[in-house]
Design a protein. Structure first.
Length: 254
């Protein structure tokens, strides 16, 4: 298991022996990496499951959230360096999908050949503009109402003013980064990409995600999943089936 002082990475599942591939997971804006604990029994013994913990969660609750993409992606790359030196894949949901794509761009240069696949869940492609009004420009009450409508954040947190004092800064900052995110790279990835959208998702639907196919020179697919924006929680078995099928052979030559 990861030592307690590793503030960035939680080891959800350790491989029985040396892992054939590590699946590194990034939650949605303000989301806890603990949501991936329910995935621990969903993979074979040779897969190591890791989750990234950003400021505003767990033992990082008092840390200021990131406000800049360049600083966030470089710090994340540095923190994950030991795990990125071996075969790995990224999974990210919504804001986490944007961050995992940014990491995949960096690892192409820093750890060539080690990123074997990118799983993107509920995230518009970099070339698709933000359609909805910016949440990060809303008043605090309007922002909380929008969070409630979106789902994902439990009502007991949204209704608790003390808890929201701790959680709101990181949720707001990460939604701001997600909303301002755009195409910042000239070179497509050279790894397979699996993108997934929820059938009833009003935020990141088929039209907003079809553009992902042009961001990789290798196999790229867009899959419809049952559920809405947070189908990774409501339809977990289907998500794990997709990931498992595509992780097979991920440790082989890239």
């Amino acid at each position: 298991m990861q030592p307690d002082d590793d503030k960035w990475v939680i080891t959800i599942k350790q491989a029985v022996e040396r892992p054939s591939v590590s699946l590194i997971c990034f939650p949605y804006a303000g989301g806890s990496p603990d949501l991936f604990r329910a995935w621990s029994d969903g993979f074979s013994d040779d897969v190591q499951l890791l989750a990234v913990r950003l400021p505003g969660r767990g033992n990082r609750i008092k840390e200021a959230p990131y406000q800049d993409w360049d600083v966030l992606r470089q710090d994340t790359l540095d923190a994950l360096a030991d795990h990125l030196a071996g075969p790995h894949a990224f999974f990210g949901h919504s804001f986490g999908a944007r961050l995992s794509y940014e990491l995949a761009q960096l690892t192409a240069e820093k750890f060539p050949g080690m990123t074997r696949r990118l799983f993107l869940s509920s995230s518009r492609s970099p070339d698709h503009p933000q359609r909805r009004p910016f949440m990060h420009e809303m008043s605090e009450s309007g922002f909380i109402d929008a969070l409630r409508e979106m789902g994902g954040t439990p009502a007991e947190i949204l209704d608790n003013k003390v808890m929201m004092r701790f959680f709101l800064p990181s949720i707001h900052a990460e939604i701001r980064l997600a909303e301002l995110w755009h195409d910042r790279h000239k070179t497509p990835l050279d790894i397979p990409v699996t993108a997934m959208y929820g059938r009833t998702d009003p935020i990141d639907d088929y039209a907003s995600m079809i553009g992902w196919k042009q961001f990789s020179r290798q196999e790229s697919e867009l899959l419809e999943m049952p559920g809405g924006h947070f189908f990774l929680e409501t339809h977990r078995p289907q998500v794990l089936d997709v990931i498992n099928a595509r992780l097979q052979g991920a440790a082989g030559p890239c």
